[in-house]
Design a protein around this ligand. Sequence first.
Ligand SMILES: Cc1cc2nc3c(=O)[nH]c(=O)nc-3n(C[C@H](O)[C@H](O)[C@H](O)COP(=O)(O)OP(=O)(O)OC[C@H]3O[C@@H](n4cnc5c(N)ncnc54)[C@H](O)[C@@H]3O)c2cc1C
Length: 183
Amino acid sequence: MTTTQIIEEPLPELQLWDAIVIGGSAAGLSAALTLGRAHRSVLVIDQQRPRNRFADHMHGVLGLEGVAPAELVRRGREEAALYGAKFLFAEVTDVADSTDEEQPGLRIMLEDGRTILTRAVIAAGGLTDHLPAVPGLAERWGKQRRRRRADSGHAAAAAGPRRRRRILPCSPSPRRGNQHHSG
Ligand SMILES: Cc1cc2nc3c(=O)[nH]c(=O)nc-3n(C[C@H](O)[C@H](O)[C@H](O)COP(=O)(O)OP(=O)(O)OC[C@H]3O[C@@H](n4cnc5c(N)ncnc54)[C@H](O)[C@@H]3O)c2cc1C
């Protein structure tokens, strides 16, 4: 495995990327890996705030059951970097058509005023969770714990099969005489 290539500062002027991926988490890194394998020059611009950054472990992600979310990102960067993807940790503030007729494409604006040119953009910025003002919820967001009424489905889903049975009773109860019958 190579180490992740963070692009050198300052950015090279007038370089036209084949694709810029906005967001460098699961979706963005998958796109970068695929583009890199297709021999496209690709720059991933990432603010480094993946949605599941509050969780210690992932569940239900094939091949990565129980692995930390940051590990998925680390591996994803390494795999995409194997195919030439580059990474820039910054915030994209705007995307606009290029005004340069000689160099059509898209202009990506960064929060520090820099502009990068690209032929295509992939928006993989994910979601931002806005939590309701329930006391204690923000501190517990993404943590495994016994579910109370205020907990989200994520905590339940992340709790695994044993706890899920307790939290979300979805199978028939034999005590009530419910049975599954096949045929
Ligand atoms: C608490 C919690 C626990 C979860 N647990 C699980 C789980 O166990 N298993 C599971 O399958 N799913 C889980 N999920 C869902 C999972 O987090 C998302 O499905 C996944 O993160 C989506 O990946 P993404 O790449 O689309 O977006 P994100 O992971 O949100 O990544 C988007 C990236 O884009 C960056 N970005 C956004 N805007 C800009 C911008 N303008 N400029 C530059 N960068 C930008 C962000 O900083 C971030 O790094 C959980 C979610 C939460 C909230």
